[in-house]
Design a protein around this ligand. Structure first.
Ligand SMILES: [Zn+2]
Length: 424
């Protein structure tokens, strides 16, 4: 049931429609493309202006030591706090300001923010500048409706999510700005759509295998050991042994699409021997490297996940004295999942049902996002992704967000904030 006070906020969101679109258009017009991580400062300033106008106390936060932080491409995050009557509970909205490169095949300018047919187009319209706009205007609607919050509201716009978030949300968590003592709930407005709540994501293990052979004249390959053939055997074992095994492992997390409820592995890239442009010289390849992307389930332990790769290499080594391979860890992200009975999830789900008239869909993500930093580094247990847009449009040409989605999500976020924090 929606109260009179809540109704006032909902009406305020509708009244702020044009302002929200103008803000979002301005944000889309900043080409904050990552990689390499362009134009973060203008994004931080724009969000900062919006927060300051609402009475938030703001600051810029950067990790000066981060290798990607440079004078040309400063990794600037902005964090704001709107103190309520009491410090806790605190609800923190976090959005990432980076977007992936636009790529080809756009029919509109990806950095214009074209509005047509009830949609706003542009790189980041759904992933996730639309989410930042909806969350910011949720705070604006609460303020402008003259509502006083009991708890406190926080807002951050952070960098580099598309490349792991280690100069972004991870910095906030490492600096103690996302921590159980000061953060009760976190909402990340990734584009799952107005009716869906994302509880978390699978784990990630990126690793490289390097095989080493022995070079010889290419006309007499029997005199050498081909590192490419050695890699072929690794791939053969992955295809015939590991993948069928992974397909039998199914998580009880509600990952969408359902195919991604199984453990998976992908070869992200492979290189070996000489460069293939031009003719080259006749040599047996003495080196080959492949990068693997293993997505693991909360039901699997990381030690087992890595262990089965070590066993695979060990067995090949034992069977052939010419086989030599090395395993290197590249990235490890442990799975995260917020309890579906947590206050944050129940409140957001009830608000969705009250406002949209249909029960909320609880899902989990096949891929990782900034939730990992909130949970694994910050130690905050209640975190969801909830925001406007359609996930399958993210990273695509002609990315857009339905304006109706922006308004609905904005209303849900505003009322969720009021219900979690208390208000009069
Ligand atoms: Zn995103």
């Amino acid at each position: 049931m929606v109260t009179a006070l809540e109704l006032r906020i909902v009406e305020k969101v509708d009244a702020l429609r044009e302002d929200m679109l103008a803000f979002l258009r301005e944000l889309i017009r900043i080409p904050s493309v990552n990689p390499p991580g362009d134009e973060y400062l203008p994004c931080a300033r724009l969000v900062d202006d919006g927060l300051t106008a609402l009475g938030f106390e703001t600051r810029f936060v950067t990790d000066e030591q981060h290798p990607d932080h440079s004078p040309e491409r400063p990794r600037v995050n902005v964090v704001g706090r709107l103190p309520g009557r009491s410090a806790m509970p605190t609800l923190h909205f976090n959005g990432h300001t980076d977007v992936v490169p636009p790529g080809e095949h756009w029919t509109v300018d990806p950095f214009e923010g074209v509005v047509k047919n009830g949609r706003i187009y542009g790189r980041g319209a759904c992933d996730m500048k639309g989410g930042i706009a909806a969350a910011l205007f949720a705070a604006a609607a609460v303020r402008e409706a003259g509502v006083n919050l009991h708890g406190s509201l926080e807002f951050s716009a952070t960098v580099d999510e598309e490349t792991g978030g280690y100069a972004g949300m991870d910095v906030l968590a490492r600096k103690g700005l996302i921590a159980p003592e000061r953060t009760s709930y976190v909402i990340i407005p990734e584009p799952f759509g107005p009716g869906r709540i994302c509880l978390g994501h699978r784990g990630v293990y990126w690793f490289r295998i390097d095989t080493t052979g022995r070079t010889a004249h290419g006309s007499m390959p029997f005199l050498g050991v081909s590192a490419i053939s050695q890699m072929e055997r690794v791939l053969g074992r992955v295809e015939s042994g590991l993948i069928p095994d992974l397909q039998t492992r199914v998580t009880d997390m509600p990952v969408d699409p359902p195919e991604a409820r199984r453990a998976t592995i992908n070869v992200n890239g492979i290189t070996g021997g000489q460069p293939v442009e031009g003719v080259g010289s006749p040599c047996v390849a003495d080196r080959c490297s492949a990068v693997f992307d293993r997505r693991f389930l909360k039901e699997e332990s990381f030690d087992d996940v890595k262990g089965e790769i070590q066993v695979l290499i060990g067995e090949l080594t034992e069977a052939d004295r010419d086989f030599y391979a090395e395993l290197t860890d590249l990235m490890i992200v442990h799975p995260v999942e917020t309890d579906r009975n947590a206050e944050l999830v129940r409140t957001a789900a009830q608000t969705i049902e009250d406002l949209l008239g249909t029960p909320a869909d609880l899902v989990a993500s096949p891929g990782t996002y900034d939730h990992k930093h909130v949970r694994n580094t910050g130690g905050v247990k209640q975190c969801i992704a909830y925001g406007p847009g359609l996930l399958h449009l993210a990273h695509q040409p002609d990315e857009y967000c339905e304006i109706d989605h922006l308004l609905k999500s904005c209303k849900v976020m505003a009322l969720t904030a009021v219900r979690l924090l208390g208000a009069d």
